[in-house]
Design a protein around this ligand. Structure first.
Ligand code: HPA
Length: 262
């Protein structure tokens, strides 16, 4: 069975119930990943876990070595990544604690290394019309139904540079552009995964109302408390998802580099 990668975000530095087998430090041509990879097993499926902010949450979003993290997964034989992201909720009706399986992205990041292909290995333009794996998307929806963890079907992730939170006007403009949630880590993880033909799906946990939506001041404590409260739900959702993922991929992600090179 192929291996499944899980990237933990704020508040998720491990998966409860994961039977840990080993830890692996990986070196990559792009530098060091955020942390050692935790190699484990759950429901007889090989799982590789990485906390993107480091296990002690010491790496801010704009300093994460996204290329090293995704390259490391590829090196370890991972074909699919489930990413957990804390986000601010923009769309009306989204509330802290809600889980959304994303299907679109608006990338507002500015200063990140966004590709593995800087020209040496040819010029590559991957198709990113559908930025998340549609197969994993359907499996996550099905898993949520089966274990009665409510998940919302689809939404647009606005990726911002951070580390500061947004202004109220920024959030208003993101809403006009069609943004549903806002976060600091969803890009370039998604596109880097596509460049390595890894399926990638984002499970977003609404940690707070985005700036200006609630009258309250945004605090890190609120984000962490909401994420903490969601860990049990996430574990149940992930466990069921692992059991539903088939051995063979049918999606286009696995062939992303075909017809993408000049
Ligand atoms: N904005 C950006 N990133 C976030 C937020 C937010 O409101 N909450 C959690 N991550």
């Amino acid at each position: 069975m192929s291996k499944i990668g899980v990237i933990g975000g704020s508040g998720l530095y491990g998966i409860k119930g994961l039977v840990l087998k080993s830890r692996k430090k990986i070196n990559t041509p792009f530098g060091n990943p955020s942390e050692q990879y935790l190699m484990g097993e759950m429901e007889n499926v090989d799982i590789i876990f990485l906390p993107r902010h480091g296990k002690h949450h010491n790496i801010p979003p704009h300093m994460i070595n996204y290329r090293a993290n995704i390259w490391g997964f590829k090196k370890l034989g991972v074909e699919r990544i489930l990413s957990v992201n804390a986000v601010g909720g923009i769309r009306k009706g989204l509330r802290p604690g809600d889980i959304v399986i994303m299907n679109q992205i608006l990338d507002m990041t500015k200063n990140r290394k966004t590709t593995f292909y800087d020209g040496k290995e040819g010029v590559v333009h991957i198709d990113f019309t559908e930025p998340y794996c549609p197969e994993l998307h359907q499996i996550l929806l099905k898993a949520g139904k089966r274990v009665k963890v409510p998940v919302k079907n689809g939404g647009t992730y606005v990726a911002v540079e951070g580390p500061r939170l947004e202004t109220a006007s920024e959030i208003k403009s993101f809403a006009i552009l069609g943004g549903d949630v806002v976060g600091m880590t969803g890009m370039p993880e998604a596109s880097l995964s596509r460049e390595l033909e890894i399926c990638y799906s984002s499970i977003c946990v609404v940690a707070n109302y985005a700036a200006g939506i609630s009258k309250n001041k945004l605090t890190v404590a609120e984000v962490m408390d909401t994420m903490q409260a969601a860990t049990e739900k996430l574990k149940i959702l992930l466990r069921e998802t692992f059991t539903l993922i088939p051995e063979q991929r049918k999606c286009a992600c696995k062939d992303a580099l075909k017809e993408a090179k000049i």
